[in-house]
Ligand binder design. Structure first.
Ligand SMILES: Cc1cc2nc3c(=O)[nH]c(=O)nc-3n(C[C@H](O)[C@H](O)[C@H](O)COP(=O)(O)O)c2cc1C
Length: 215
């Protein structure tokens, strides 16, 4: 239980550190938002800029392909996430086939933007991977998803987490379409594409949510 609480408290830090290490290992020539490069910004500035400019993108420029190399870089950032006991209980289904994208769009009511996105990543957890008796896949895969969303932003692309787990109907829809075995649970579907430009980051800073030393 103590370990569980610790995981929640360190979620944001884990996400930031894992994301940063992934981006650094992916090559420092990568163009960051606003055409600023790693050479002209400090590590801190680059990381915070990406974190604060990330937003859910639901409107995409249609018909533009995201190269597989780029999708691989994005998944690599996902795999850099922290995970309980370093068990890495994730599996990633990367979709760039128009027919599969359109089938998912038709089957998932809250992921209609898949019809206009260029690609998608389905982040899945392996429910049989456990630390003792406890399964942490939801937390671990959420961290991996956070890294994916940040990597997408850093690469000038856009994405949005669309929920699958814990909705049993959506899980069943995705399981059938992607031929997932029973132990592999789809957490989300993340459509990825070139942003149309109308989705903006929200300022969510609320000082009244911060409690120093006690609630
Ligand atoms: C667990 C989770 C489930 C979400 N499910 C959906 C969804 O099914 N469809 C969707 O369009 N957005 C979904 N979102 C995106 C949220 O609506 C979005 O993150 C939130 O409105 C804050 O906006 P921002 O991401 O631009 O900061 C989900 C986000 C999370 C973290």
């Amino acid at each position: 239980m103590k370990y569980f609480t610790l995981k929640i408290n360190t979620l944001a830090w884990g996400l930031s550190f894992a994301f940063l290490s992934a981006m650094l290992s992916c090559g420092n020539k990568e163009t960051i938002n606003n055409a600023v490069t790693m050479e002209t910004m400090s590590k801190k500035d680059v990381t915070l800029s990406v974190i604060h400019s990330r937003k859910s993108v639901r409107n995409f420029i249609t018909g533009k392909t995201v190269p597989r190399e780029t999708l691989d870089t994005i998944v690599r950032a996902g795999m850099a996430a922290a995970s309980a006991v370093n068990l890495q209980p994730w599996q990633f289904i990367v979709i760039d086939d128009r027919t599969v994208m359109d089938s998912l769009a038709a089957g998932l009511p809250y992921a209609k933007m898949l019809a206009h996105a260029s690609a998608a990543i389905v982040v899945c957890g392996d429910s049989t991977v456990k630390a003792g008796e406890l399964a942490f896949w939801e937390f671990d895969c959420s961290l991996a998803s956070g890294n994916i969303l940040l990597a997408v932003e850093a690469m000038g692309l856009g994405a949005v987490w669309t929920a699958v787990h814990p909705d049993t109907v959506r899980i069943s829809t995705v399981r059938t379409m992607l031929h997932l075995p029973d132990n592999i649970i789809p957490l989300n579907v993340i459509p990825i594409g070139y942003p149309a430009g109308n989705d903006k980051p929200k300022d969510k800073y609320k000082p009244d949510k911060i409690h120093w030393n006690s609630y």
